[in-house]
Design a protein around this ligand. Sequence first.
Ligand code: ADP
Ligand code: MG
Length: 374
Amino acid sequence: MNKILEIEQLSVSFDGFKALNNLNFSMNTGELRVIIGPNGAGKTTFLDVITGKVQPTEGRVLFKGKNLQKIPEFKIARLGIGRKFQTPRVYLNLTVRENLDLVCNRNKNVFSTLFTRPRATETRTVAGLIETIGLEAKADAIASLLSHGEKQRLEIGMLVAQSPDLLLVDEPAAGLTDEETKNVGALLLALAESHSIIAIEHDMEFVRQIANDQVTVLHQGSVLCEGSMDEVQNDPRVIEVYLGEAPSITPEQLNILRIAASMAWADDYFAPEQSEVILSNLSREFAISEEHQDRLKKELQNYLALNNPLETLVAKLKNFGEKERVLRLSYEIIRSNEINEKEVVVYQRLLELLDLPNEIIEQVETEIEAKYNG
Ligand code: ADP
Ligand code: MG
């Protein structure tokens, strides 16, 4: 069968650390491939290499048989690889239709732009796209008024408008409501009928929805295993590093730790030492012995990688006590390193969601400040 992508013995080092390590991968034209793996497995780096953002230290990437080595990012995009980032990049002050018009027109050559009246085929293309992404009712709405999920769908539509042969999507379900997650899943499945797609995903419900073909599990920069979702989920190696293994704390406790961890996860990349401090902090919270803490730390590394939206996690908190604990832990996490802007934004969002009385917030923050200053 025709291969759209072949990756051979790919390695990427960052200052000696191998984010990708002798990775081999290939996929057929027309396939929808889901890639999963714990935090730090190398998933984002993998996409960065395919799009030319990061150069491999060793190995090569063949796209439709063509070696992508040293080809600049914008040229790789033109060769037919489109990437959808986690945050939507649409023109907020334009309508859905205008956004799509813009991308469709950008692709026209100089000759055809001389005749400005849109041809019937083009209007059909935009209309067809609007239908594909399910935004008929919102076609003339300003993009800033769309929900987060609708924006994601619009952006996927804008990518498709550029007719890429290979679509790369990084965590399309992150931050979406359950209903929007389903919509985006359905959209990807529809697009998969006529496109080759790689979807990186943390949300297991979502993975189950879209993973009709092969799933690839990355771990420590290499492919750990590949197979159907069922095969992968039952593979003991996968269970060990990532899925299925029941954590040694209660779901409520895990939920509390996940919220606190999202403070630290806010800036996407942090140094291993920092991650060690955070995992120590979090695992201490519910560990019943030193041994348990060691085990819990490893578990958390995998479980905290499941990137659930803050809204969903906070909604699961059962009472005031749990909320206060979340507040305390989250502030501790933020305070345990130099506070940066992104963390502050997530922390503010958390405070809104927790909706605790101001006195409590002040009291907790003051206590923790005293600990660090005293
Ligand atoms: P994933 O997307 O699976 O969570 P990443 O590809 O982002 O993983 O990262 C893989 C590993 O490489 C992580 O340990 C991360 O800390 C490290 N890493 C990623 N980017 C850089 C960078 N620019 N410099 C140093 N280390 C990096
Ligand atoms: Mg990533």
